[in-house]
Design a protein around this ligand. Sequence first.
Ligand code: PLP
Length: 466
Amino acid sequence: NEDRRADEAAGDELTRLAERHLVQPWPVSGSIGAEARGRIEAGEGIYVTDAAGRRLIDGPAGMWCVNAGHRNRQLADVMAAQAMELSYNSPWYTTNAPSAVLSARLAEHAPDGIDHVFYTTGGSSAVETALRFMQFANNVKGRPEKKLIVSRQGGYHGSTYLSASLNGRPRDHDWMDSAADLVVKLSCPDPFRRPEGMSVEAFCDFLVEEFRAVIEERGAEHIGAFIAEPVMASGGVIVPPAGYLKRMHALCRANDILFIADEVVTAFGRLGHVFASQDVFGIDPDMITFAKGVTSGYFPLGGVMIAGRLFEELRRSNHSEAMFAHGLTYSSHPVGCAVALKNLDILEDGLLDHARAITDHFQASLKALEDLPLVGEVRGLGLMACVECVADRVSKNPLTLDLEVGKRIDRHCQELGLLVRPLINMCVMSPPLTITSAQIDDMAAILRKGIELTMDDLAREGLWKG
Ligand code: PLP
């Protein structure tokens, strides 16, 4: 008992420290600088343990990143060994073995011709790097006016100024400045919310024609890049209509617009492959951004895969003195790259096969939740899925139900042993790829119970008719 009291006192002190000194992502001004979020104390496999000692299934794998699962001894050991061998070297003047080997191995997995890597510290810096490289390349090529970036409503690309300017989710820009003049946003390719009465095929035509119209209106000579998550992640796991990415890619090629696939979430096994662009969607982008799963979240690392021909063009240009004045202290970090190499071994040695093998069961188990009247749609691909709740299935209205439904479900699920990632009216599931069939059954059963309890609450409070 004394031990427990001591633990509680230590926990209270941590909460106080966080409230006084810690600022966490996406705070609201009403509690900014004075907030302590629920503390996670430990992780093991697909589970985390919270401060109350509850063991929870890590439904979102942290932030879509703990692909190899928590407490992986191999990843921890390689990190320690590399830190003892070489903890850091300046990428300005020197290179290191892990980054060279990792680059070659990533090039083997990337579509043909995408054979170079620039390492960053995470996803935002990867996107930022891709965009700045596009700007630089067009300056060197003597077409400084070809700089517009086309992104989509519903997309998420990061929290640095330029990457955040591409974001298109509700609320992303309500209180924040952005480089709006550099960006054009297309419609969200969400088949669930396509215009009334339109077939999915016609919706796909509409989306492609919209891009074509933007190219005509702005002029291909003004558009530098199109950026897209192959499956929109934080926007609610939006799987675009069949053929959409290929057709958007073809428009880019025809108009000399760089296609940047933002695979920060979809790479490293989330869709069953190291990269999804070619292996799942049949496209070969000019650049692929990645982060998160590259180290299974054990070390902050990201990067951009870049097609070699883009470098050849620069080497052949008349401006051999033009400098790509861009680099991060932690580019090519030896510890991060060593962890990524081991993580890649784990993926190649069976984890990718396992992820592909359990995908159908994962998707079917969650799809079964569509029989609950609060659930409008369950969608997903690979080991990412979204349960979207709606006020009623005819109007598909999420707003009258924006009663923190995701948070309500999350609260119930946490009591029952599952961490959910609530997104307004949606619950996003993307567990560690190590999850077993039986654990998928547990996860789906808890989520069902959490939604049922939420339906009871909403009905009792007179907020929902059912
Ligand atoms: N791109 C995508 C598709 C993402 O989902 C995220 C983060 O969630 C980012 C970029 C930004 O990555 P980071 O948070 O590592 O900067």
